[in-house]
Design a protein around this ligand. Structure first.
Ligand code: UD1
Ligand code: BG6
Length: 365
């Protein structure tokens, strides 16, 4: 079943051009997005006062990655909830809310309990899952299957990128009635079919990421700074590194750097800064300058062609990725970090597909 691959995680990382193709199949129709599971509910969603994403782990991170685009296209405030925290707080949920539950398995206990809670409060409940017939798919009012194919590795990889693409398509469908964003929507719809090829291009960085992993394998810790569309990339990259490579890693909002994390910077601690081209590019360039001034050990992820200008003097390592529209860039940017986590795990001698103490589906609280 693993074919030419040593591990399911490796297979699933390399499968992403295909899984993204099946996620989009039949859903892009000349200048519009058609999500069969949502089309009768779009009106209700457009009239909701708030959209709340609920999930755990990687599924939460996928929603976080797509949130800025959904806010932009819908004009509706979008809140983020980790399922356990929503339950701990019994946070307010109203009839006028749309609650979107994201879960690869559709069986995560905290997410399902949060669903029960939102249903009893009268919210419209939408599911985004990879599993047809799952409890989540059955108990939500409506939803979208991500159709990424069965995911076996405990660390979620291909489901993450498919979740981002589905939520992005959901944003395009919700925003379809707005004239002001029409040209922006059309340009994204036109570039979505190219995404699998761009993913294929990044996957060619496998050897480069293995070399990077060799240079990092003895480290105690790894920080990842992102912001805007790629704040989620920082969180998800760090989650991959900690859950499979068993190395301490933290994803951080670069905008918070001066409020604490800067104290950690020295010549030893490796720091990945995500600085691909988008509205946050100039802020990220100044973050890089400040880290370099403190002799931080930097690894910069930038858009193709930007390496020389971003890191003149050559003191940092570079991960150059292809440029895609800002809302799709998280799909590209996570892939080198998935590869890095994979190679770190193999080099450090840990179990890739069954990380210590973790389960694929956490069905108890
Ligand atoms: C559906 C069919 C697909 C077929 C296509 C043809 C299924 C599972 N999907 O895909 O095989 O090729 O029509 O038009 O038979 N749902 C929830 N909660 C969730 C996820 C989904 O309630 O968490 C519901 C949806 O609202 C929808 C149904 O399940 O009613 C199927 O969802 P989805 O597979 O995403 O719909 P289509 O893409 O239209
Ligand atoms: C577990 C998995 O913790 O559950 C993670 O190990 C996953 O990979 C999380 O992100 C949430 O799972 P699901 O199925 O609800 O997306």
């Amino acid at each position: 079943k693993k074919g030419n691959y040593d591990h399911f995680m490796q297979k699933e990382i390399h499968e992403q051009p295909h899984s993204l193709t099946t996620t989009m199949r039949g859903r892009l129709k000349d200048k519009s997005v058609v999500l069969g599971g949502l089309k009768d509910h779009l009106k209700t969603i457009r009239h909701s006062r708030r959209i709340i994403f609920v999930g755990c782990g990687t599924s939460y991170n996928a929603a976080l990655a797509a949130r800025p685009f959904l806010e932009l296209l819908s004009g509706i405030p979008v809140a983020m909830e980790l399922a356990s925290d929503l339950l701990d707080r019994e946070g307010p949920i109203y009839r006028e809310d749309t609650a979107v539950f994201v879960s690869q398995s559709g069986e995560t206990a905290d997410t399902l309990l949060a669903l029960e809670y939102a249903l009893s409060n009268g919210a419209l409940c939408v599911g985004i899952t990879n599993t047809v017939g799952s409890t989540l798919a059955r108990k939500t009012h409506c939803g979208v299957h991500i159709n990424a194919g069965c995911e076996i590795g405990v660390a979620s990889t291909k489901a993450y990128t498919s979740q981002i693409v589905v939520i992005t398509m959901m944003a395009l469908a919700i925003g379809a009635d707005k004239l002001s964003t029409q040209s922006r929507r059309e340009s994204i719809i036109n570039t979505l079919p190219d995404l699998p090829d761009k993913v294929r291009e990044v996957l060619k960085m496998d050897d480069q990421m293995k070399d990077l992993a060799k240079s990092l394998m003895e480290m105690q810790s790894l920080l990842i700074f992102g912001r805007g569309y790629n704040y989620a990339t920082a969180l998800e990259g760090a989650l991959k590194v900690k859950e499979v490579a068993l190395m301490h890693s933290e994803g951080m909002l670069a905008g918070e750097m001066k409020h604490g994390p800067l104290a950690l910077v020295d010549e030893i601690l490796p720091i990945i800064v995500i600085a691909t081209r988008d509205a946050c590019f100039s802020q990220q360039k100044s973050v890089i300058q400040q880290l370099r001034a403190r002799k931080g050990r930097l690894i910069v992820m930038c858009s193709k062609g930007d390496a020389a200008s971003i890191c003149s003097g050559g003191s940092c390592r570079i991960i150059e990725v292809p440029l895609v529209p800002d809302c799709l860039q998280p799909v590209i940017n996570i892939i080198p970090l998935q590869l890095l986590a994979y190679h770190l795990t193999v080099l450090r001698g840990y179990d890739v597909d069954q990380p210590r103490n973790l389960a694929k589906s956490v069905t108890t609280q």
